[in-house]
Design a protein around this ligand. Structure first.
Ligand SMILES: *[C@@H]1O[C@H](CO)[C@@H](O)[C@H](O)[C@H]1NC(C)=O
Length: 485
């Protein structure tokens, strides 16, 4: 065959392959697995409804040394520490997913699973909030936990509990927890009204605590600083006030939002540390729906900042987010996908908001409408689920080509149900971490850090910047997948 025709044929075949790949993406399966992931991250006594069967009960005495019950909640990532700051944020994003895409979740029969995922977090946050101005913000110690490779079910590492109080404040942690509980209060309003009002009471107290006793939480819980240091708390205060305003319709909170003097400017990313974009988009929605009345036009400013972030993601702004050659938004080397899932959530959500308000965004690079946003968000979702140069799904359990060696203690060691003999701190490294074999347990629904800037990925447990997952990565994707399923 002439060379040119061969080239042409190859081009046609690759187009067909690409199309088939995109057409065969099963968003419904990805949605189901995204919620299963939260069952795999559960700490504490597992309920009879537990579906992820390779996990067992764990950390049943958390909090005991401090005289409180701190069992439950979520292990943060590939480790077994319960980091309160990203955990609260994860719960907020799960709740926002339900608030925005509840009907779609219900239509896919996943609403109750999503509410269970939220409740596993909110039950814990309520327990951790032991007094109006006292909250436990961490169980376990990053240093000692990370120096062992153990299943949660038989870990022997210290489970020290750390708290914030009036003398050791943590406005970011308290306000993020308030945001989580207020957002969850909206998610539960219909199905469990009394639980919803309980959540709201805690949210209000935590918000008061956050505003009266100000400081960064990692100054009060120094061990957290190495892993989840907070860049500031003004974003959490604004975000919490916005959620409380939406949950209560109380003027106290909408006044705080309306009179705010710091809307954060145009952000470069939305993450467990920086919630300004989330607040800006919620405020934009409130403005477009007429819920927030803009005095002096300052809410218009917040809306503009949020839209500038969206424009930059859409490659139509003044400071566009980089993209890989394969088309993935590129924020940073370590755990890039966490920023892609938040961007996808914001863009998908904002598409529906613009659609309802029958309006568009005027970006520096041109007008952007709801359909443009949906098309773009879908390109990111499809990339994550396998439509990419490596033809690999970065969500575990989707298709056949996905990360098999996720940096994750529980998934990489034989299930305690199969082999109950304890795996010690060092044996975990020797026999399981360094083993040249796939993880014995499939961590369905986990989204790993993802490919590097060259769209490359090496599936190795040692490569934690790319092969680790975290609870914060997936929560925004729950809503996005519900929208596309
Ligand atoms: C991406 O990863 C591949 C394979 O692991 C490596 O060869 C390449 O240098 C990396 N690129 C960048 C930009 O880090």
């Amino acid at each position: 065959m002439p060379k040119r025709r061969l080239c042409y044929l190859a081009l046609v075949i690759s187009f067909v392959a690409l199309f088939q790949n995109a057409a065969s993406i099963d968003y419904g399966a990805a949605l189901t697995k995204s919620l299963l992931f939260y069952e795999a991250q559960r700490s504490g006594k597992l309920p009879p409804t537990q579906r992820v069967q390779w996990r067992g009960d764990s950390a049943l005495t958390d909090g005991k040394d401090s005289g409180v019950d701190l069992t439950g909640g979520y292990y943060d990532a590939g480790d077994n520490v319960k980091f309160g700051f990203p955990m609260a944020y994860t719960v907020t994003m799960l709740a926002w997913s339900v608030v925005e895409f509840g009907p779609q979740l219900r239509a896919r029969n996943e609403l109750s699973n999503a509410l269970r995922a939220i409740k596993w977090g909110t039950d814990y946050l309520i327990k951790a909030h032991v007094e109006p101005n006292v909250m436990y913000g961490q169980v376990g110690d990053g240093g000692s936990d990370h120096s062992c490779w153990m299943r949660p079910e038989d870990m022997t590492t210290p489970r020290t509990a750390y708290k914030i109080d009036e003398q050791h404040p943590g406005s970011d942690l308290a306000a993020e927890s308030a945001a989580a509980l207020a957002a969850a209060a909206i998610a539960f309003q219909e199905s469990q009204p009394s639980y919803s009002s309980r959540l709201l009471n805690h949210a209000k107290q935590l918000f008061d605590f956050a505003t009266k006793y100000t400081g960064k939480y990692h100054d009060s819980i120094p061990g957290a600083g190495q892993f989840y240091s907070s860049s500031g708390f003004e974003d959490e205060l604004l975000w919490a006030a916005t959620w409380l305003s939406l949950a209560t319709n109380d003027k106290t909170y909408s006044d705080i939002v309306t009179k705010s003097t710091n809307f954060g400017g145009t952000r470069t990313m939305f993450s467990w540390d920086d919630k300004f974009v989330g607040a800006q988009i919620l405020i934009s929605k409130g403005v477009l729906e007429g819920k927030f009345k803009s005095e002096n036009g300052n809410l218009e400013q917040a809306k503009q900042y949020g839209e500038e972030y969206v424009c930059n993601c859409m490659q139509k702004g003044n400071n566009n987010v980089r993209k890989t050659n394969g088309g993935l938004l590129w924020f940073q080397e370590w755990n890039n996908l966490q920023y892609v899932t938040t961007a996808s959530f914001i863009i998908t959500t904002y598409a529906d908001i613009l659609n309802a308000a029958k309006t568009t965004i005027q970006c520096p690079g041109g007008t952007v409408g709801p359909q443009d946003l949906i098309t773009f968000a879908k390109s990111q979702v499809d990339y994550i689920l396998g439509s990419n140069p490596k033809q690999m799904s970065y969500m575990v359990g989707i298709g056949s080509n996905y990360p098999k060696r996720v940096h994750h203690r529980g998934a990489s060691i034989v299930s305690i149900k199969k082999d109950p003999s304890p795996v010690s701190c060092q044996a975990g490294f020797d026999q399981w971490f360094h083993r040249n074999a796939d993880n014995p347990n499939v961590l369905d629904g986990a989204i790993v850090g993802g490919p590097n800037q060259s769209d490359e990925y090496s599936d190795e447990r040692e490569n934690y910047q790319q092969s680790e997952t975290a609870t914060a990565n997936i929560a925004p994707f729950v809503g996005v997948l519900a929208r596309f399923a």
